[in-house]
Write a protein that binds this ligand. Structure first.
Ligand code: I3P
Length: 119
């Protein structure tokens, strides 16, 4: 699965993250197996998609994702207490990190949640 998601780092080591990095940012996101890859810019995202869709393009330069999260031991949940933005789900990671992600609509949100949890 792939698409665009807004992302906010909510908690680090179970604690609230300091104020200067609490903003939302849009990423191109690819879920491949249990790897969640984040691209800050369109170019990296599009190149990676081309490579995944067409093995012949594997000679394209490797543009590293800006962030990679392994989702195997993480849980994605709809957070009904978070009311500020719509279609937001929470990713709870084993070491106490928690991320908020905003999808475009409810259907997309549910799809991301189930694909992340069953990947
Ligand atoms: C943050 C930004 C986020 C907001 C966050 C602010 O400020 O306004 O949108 O999260 O609130 O700290 P800045 O851009 O100056 O970093 P929400 O949209 O979820 O409220 P928070 O600190 O309560 O998470």
């Amino acid at each position: 699965k792939y698409g665009k998601l807004g992302r906010k780092v909510d908690l680090v080591d179970g604690k609230r993250k300091s104020s200067f990095i609490r903003n939302w940012r849009i990423y191109g996101v690819i879920l491949s197996g249990s790897q969640l890859m984040f691209f800050k810019d369109e170019l990296g995202f599009n190149m990676q998609m081309k490579k995944l869709n067409n093995p012949e393009k594997s000679k394209l330069p490797i543009l590293k994702p800006d962030v990679i999260l392994m989702t195997a031991d993480s849980v994605a949940v709809y957070d009904k207490n978070y009311e500020k933005h719509k279609n937001v789900f929470r990713l709870v990671c084993p070491k106490g990190h928690q991320y908020l992600f905003q999808a475009e609509n409810e259907e997309e949100m549910n799809d991301w949640i189930s694909k992340i949890n069953y990947a």
